[in-house]
Design a protein around this ligand. Sequence first.
Ligand SMILES: Nc1ncnc2c1ncn2[C@@H]1O[C@H](COP(=O)(O)OP(=O)(O)OP(=O)(O)O)[C@@H](O)[C@H]1O
Length: 471
Amino acid sequence: MQAKQLWQAALSDLEQTLSRANFETWLRNTEIISFEDDCATIGAPNSFAVEQLRNKFALQIQNTLSLILGRKVAVQFTVLNGGRRPARSGRRTAAADRAHAAPLGAPGGGAATAVAGVPQQLELTATPEHGLNPRYVFEKFVVGSNNRLAHAAALAVADRPADKFNPLYIYGGVGLGKTHLLHAIGHRALARSPELRIRYVSSETFTNELINAIRQQRTEDFRNRYRTIDILMIDDIQFIAGKESTQEEFFHTFNALYQSGKQIVISSDRPPKAIPTLADRLRSRFEGGLLADIQPPDLETRAAILAEKGRELGVTVPDDVLEYVARKVESNIRELEGALNKIIALSQLYHRPISMELAIEALTDSVGAGRRQVTVDQVVDTVVNYYQITRRDITGPGRRRDIVLPRQVAMYLLREETGSSLVEIGQCLGGRDHSTVLHGIEKMERQMETDARLRGEIMAIRELLYTSAES
Ligand SMILES: Nc1ncnc2c1ncn2[C@@H]1O[C@H](COP(=O)(O)OP(=O)(O)OP(=O)(O)O)[C@@H](O)[C@H]1O
């Protein structure tokens, strides 16, 4: 379990530094198999995933683990032999099988075993039919003034679908609990009426399923599947904005569900009117329901959330530590959890009690260190070297594609790796307007969803960046 805590802390970090698509595809379903002699053995569900991890993410994973522990560690990858095993044992779950798996062939291997008192809630698998994550329930959602309306509306929808708030559109910044609320609606509605057909889906999944259906000439199946759902929850709708055929299909799905009295719940990082590429008719449909925002939590709510996360992990965290962490990480709850996970990981690895001293040590060494370690100049230099252009090219007025792409990559990486504001990024790239920077970043995010080559380039630049930042 100590190894498991370490991996959980690393995943929290990686979730923030990798794109969502990369994290969900390659990292989400990994597990740590052993951590011995400063070598972590990470298991992935199949050999293709192992290859991807080894080729594209090894360095970043190694750096993240090294940062958490404050010393250099090695990493190796292997295929999990428990995760996709045919269900021979009948009653036992795949998770239980994994927990009792025989050594997996890694040096000193052997599955991590649970430590008494620490629940297995870190298991992040979701059941396939409705896509709900068992961790995200109302009981574990802390209500504060920042999310009160969204929480109340979500409860009402779960208890009386398609009654008052249809669609329910929940919006707010990254990592503030939108996904958690969507899943919670699904769990509660199912607990009340198990016969309901419920589906949680990210907009990427919706888009991919649509694309596959078109490719396989099975759009009719696709429509039938979606139009017979009682509660459809679609996460991060901003990603379908700009994708015309997806929007078109979603519009029809939306109408079909709405007209037959079914509930639709949508989440986004911003209100409909702030998504310029959203088709007008979709925007007006969304605005016809309830728009509920989630703001960043205040200090008290942040501390309460941390206490809840500690409880979930079966760990008692002293109040002063809760407050310290809550003061240190202000905006993003995912980051808040990551900070707590790191403290717990250190405490378990070194057999030290959770104290202010340990918390200060853990957070000074590693919270956000992956990001803060690199400077704006390092990012720009690494990008221009990688694309073999000059600083003058990237800061100048040139509009050639071979200059515009590196410039937008630099915008994206400056935002992701240094946390600079749009205005600061614009300034360091030749005095560009913040809206140009925003456009550049959004374009990269969209393109990365479908363009494997661009994803590879960005990954390679990131690796160079961290390698050079280390030396
Ligand atoms: N009020 C809360 N109480 C307890 N946990 C919370 C709360 N809000 C967020 N969290 C936790 O913070 C983490 C991030 O939340 P979530 O994934 O729901 O954010 P999000 O708003 O969907 O982010 P994104 O914009 O990246 O999709 C989750 O682990 C979630 O459980």
